[in-house]
Design a protein around this ligand. Structure first.
Ligand code: ZN
Length: 96
């Protein structure tokens, strides 16, 4: 449900959670009881915390500011695994 802001002439701005379109233009202030007018404000839509935004943000940041690697890459050693894939579908791929 959306959050509506009301400005009381005596007190400060307070927020009320009401159903969409159920907020009247004036409401009684919960502190002093005076009629408070509803404020027109930008909707609080934020996607900055979502995993999708974090992925987009890190991808865009890596284009201009890649992470600096300090140190040698991990050695491939003898436990590198099989040189070819064991997936039978990979055998159908074109070969050079
Ligand atoms: Zn008030």
């Amino acid at each position: 449900m959306p959050i509506y802001e009301y400005r009381c002439p005596r007190c400060e701005v307070y927020e009320v959670i009401r159903g969409m379109g159920e907020a009247p233009a004036e409401d009684a202030c919960p502190t002093c009881g005076q009629p408070a007018r509803r404020k027109i404000s930008a909707p609080h839509v934020s996607r900055t915390g979502t995993p999708a935004f974090q992925l987009i943000d890190s991808t865009m940041r890596s284009a201009s500011d890649p992470r600096v690697v300090s140190g040698a890459l991990p050695s491939t050693g003898t436990n590198a695994g099989p040189p070819y894939s064991s997936n039978p579908l990979h055998q159908k791929l074109p070969r050079p």
